[in-house]
Design a protein around this ligand. Structure first.
Ligand code: DAH
Length: 361
């Protein structure tokens, strides 16, 4: 290869190794292969070479061009790899750091109860359904067989909102839902049976004392299928209560009662000691939830043929369950955000409720 070409090769190679970033590298590339780069200029001058030497010089120039293009590209790849390695080293994050000893957050006892209820019913094949806090009068009352004049409405005094605008100002009022039962209606209207859902959520009533809050939480349950009997209801709720309180021999009693949306209806009691407050001990009974076989009228209101389908429903207060499980005397601290109370009753977010771990732990 002619001397001047060897020199250009050596000079370019040296410049390339001196280029330590992509900007310097690009200057070498343009200075060599660019429009007025050193090699490009030599190629342009090929025409001036004497015809007998032109062929040989042309071949040498093209070889050099290939070699330099390869070297330049290799340098780019190397520089990019170096830049990436430097970035990875600089932005390195140690994900193996242990958690801080002081956990910044913890689970409110109501959230923990919700997790436990969901774990227990989840294992029995229930899924979770939800509905709006602001309900129509129809979903909250009428569809559940509680007509306007019904005395059951007295126990469900709540907060009323203006009527639905599209039905005119005289339209039926909307209410803050007084129970989670309207989601039974929404679920039945929204999906064909069989149905197996629980419905945890906020509920409202015009009530305020040590054991009542204007806003509280309930969990509803609904099972609709063919051939569902009172036996299923009793087995399901007995299993639930024993799992929730972690007492396999917990006495459970079903007592005839009345709800407009179930027939027959039953109150469910658990054994406890009135004197010591011990759940499962003593000879007293404590009312814990309401239940019953879904009223045929409610099924029909929701477009389900009561001759073909039947089922059971239940509803319970989540604060009440939580208070009983943890021996809490007063409901108001649930919403007062007193850190001392929260620290005392809170659960660890790193110990989620599961049947495998034992929800009562
Ligand atoms: N909705 C009732 C209440 O708030 C509780 C209840 C009772 C729900 C019986 C039910 C049921 O689904 O079957 O007082």
């Amino acid at each position: 290869m002619p001397e001047d070409l060897e020199e250009l090769r050596a000079a370019t190679t040296a410049l390339l190794s001196l280029a330590t970033d992509l900007q310097a590298w690009d200057a070498v590339r343009v200075g060599t292969l660019g429009k007025s780069g050193a090699l490009t200029t030599l190629l342009k001058e090929l025409g001036k070479t004497a015809p007998e030497a032109r062929r040989e010089r042309g071949a040498a120039l093209n070889r050099l061009k290939d070699d330099l293009a390869t070297a330049i590209e290799a340098r780019r790849v190397a520089l990019e790899a170096e830049a990436l390695a430097a970035r990875l080293a600089a932005e390195r994050m140690d994900v193996t750091l242990p958690p801080r000893p002081e956990i910044p957050g913890s689970l409110h006892p109501l959230s923990r109860t919700l997790e436990e209820i969901t774990a227990i019913f989840g294992a029995m094949g229930f899924s979770v359904a939800e509905g709006p806090d602001i309900e129509s009068d129809w979903h909250n009352f009428s569809a559940l067989n509680i007509p306007g004049h019904h005395p059951a409405r007295d126990d469900h005094d709540t907060f009323y909102l203006p009527g639905v605008p599209e039905q005119g100002s005289n339209g039926p009022p909307r209410v803050l839902r007084t129970h989670t039962s309207p989601v039974q209606v929404r679920t039945m209207l929204g999906q064909p049976p069989p149905i197996r859902v629980i419905v945890p959520g906020r509920t409202y009533r015009a009530d305020h004392d040590a054991t009542h809050s204007p806003m509280f939480h309930q969990c509803e349950g609904l099972v609709i299928d063919r051939d569902i009997t009172l036996g299923h209801l009793k087995g399901c709720l007995t299993d639930f209560l024993r799992a929730f309180f972690g007492i396999t021999t917990l006495p459970v009693r079903f007592r005839a009662s009345y709800f407009p949306f179930t027939e027959p209806s039953m109150e469910v009691d658990i054994g406890w000691s009135r004197r010591t407050g011990e759940i499962g001990g003593g000879t007293d009974w404590l009312e814990i939830l309401g239940s019953g076989m879904v009223h045929p009228k409610v099924l029909a209101n929701c477009g389900i043929d009561p001759r073909e389908w039947q089922g059971f429903a239940f509803g319970m207060g989540m604060e009440r369950l939580t208070m009983l499980k943890h021996g809490m005397p007063d409901l108001r601290p649930f919403y007062e955000s007193d850190l001392r109370w929260l620290r005392h009753y809170a659960a660890s977010p790193f110990a989620p409720a599961s049947l495998h771990e034992g929800v009562a732990g």
